[in-house]
Design a protein around this ligand. Structure first.
Ligand code: GLU
Length: 299
């Protein structure tokens, strides 16, 4: 079977045990299936990305014993592909400029007539303040504001094909197998997500979908915290006529208090364990993976 997966860290801090688990798992799965493990540097957030963190990523991953082919795809070099896709979506009338601040959204979303504000995978569900009746489709699209995807119009554009994906891991509620994405869920629990952030010229959702397609990823292995975002990714794949990979969302590595590890959690940085004399096998054991490849370790 054709199996291409990737590990896609952001160079905004040290890799920690959660990254090690994700990278090991993806690498193990690729090895077990005679496939490929690719690396992608997700550095669209130039205000937080640092070259020294990128160097540290290569260094830690090599130390862990992982290998990947060159060249590595870096999102900061993919601006043209992101702009092309935004041009397309804008010309189809699926995007609109939004000048709301986070404060504006909070205020509008918590207005009494709106009921309790709902949080989706992208924060508060956008209440639609800037959504036009008739979209502007004249190119170029404005660069001085965020651009949101009009979910309702986007769903109408892909109405002939049901949205679904295959999950070989598990969502946060144990979702597994064929996952159907009802349009009503996208409308009520996701809303009009931002596809162009003014400070980035793109967004996580748009870039990840375009890059997975550009790298011909067949299997996305990543943390369970991104399970809910997958419905946005599948919708974008349908809109942009891109294949939908198989998704494998894995358990999260948590600290002693049960909290998911964060970038700032230097206490669990791989580099710290290295400095203390740990071996890559120790790191595997710490994240609950067996030392040798066995199908049961691929959970
Ligand atoms: N860059 C993301 C992270 O560091 C991963 C995104 C993905 O795997 O889709 O959490």
């Amino acid at each position: 079977m054709n199996f291409i997966t990737r590990f896609a860290p952001s160079p905004t801090g040290p890799l920690h045990l959660g990254h090690a688990y994700s990278a090991f798992l993806a690498h193990d799965m690729a090895t077990a299936r005679g496939g490929q493990f690719l690396l992608r540097i997700e550095d669209i957030d130039q205000s937080r990305s640092r070259p020294e963190w990128e160097t540290a990523i290569y260094d830690d991953l090599h130390w862990l014993g992982l290998n990947w082919p060159s060249p590595v795809l870096r999102q900061s070099e993919r601006g043209e592909a992101y702009t092309d896709a935004l041009n397309q979506l804008w010309a189809w009338g699926l995007l609109y400029p939004c000048t709301c601040s986070r404060r504006d959204i909070e205020t509008a979303a918590s207005a009494p007539q709106e009921g309790a504000p709902i949080h989706g995978p992208d924060g508060l569900i956008y209440p639609g303040t800037c959504r036009p009746q008739t979209p502007d489709t004249t190119l170029p699209y404005p660069k001085n504001s965020a651009l949101r995807l009009d979910i309702s119009r986007a769903l109408a554009a892909v109405a002939q094909n049901p949205l679904h994906f295959t999950e070989t891991g598990a969502g946060s509620d144990g979702e597994h197998g064929a996952i159907h994405i009802p349009g009503t869920d996208l409308l009520t629990t996701v809303g009009d997500v931002v596809l162009l952030r003014r400070d980035m010229g793109t967004s996580y959702h748009l870039s990840v979908v375009l890059d997975d397609a550009a790298q011909r990823i067949t299997h996305v292995v990543r943390g369970q915290d991104l399970f809910e975002a997958t419905q946005i990714h599948v919708l974008l794949q349908h809109l942009l006529d891109l294949p939908t990979p198989v998704y494998h969302h894995h358990r999260l590595i948590r600290d002693a208090a049960g909290k998911r590890l964060a970038k700032r959690d230097d206490a669990r940085a791989i580099s710290k364990f290295r400095a203390e004399g740990a071996t890559p096998a120790d790191i595997r054991a710490m994240v609950g993976l067996r030392a040798t490849l066995a199908p049961s370790s691929l959970q």
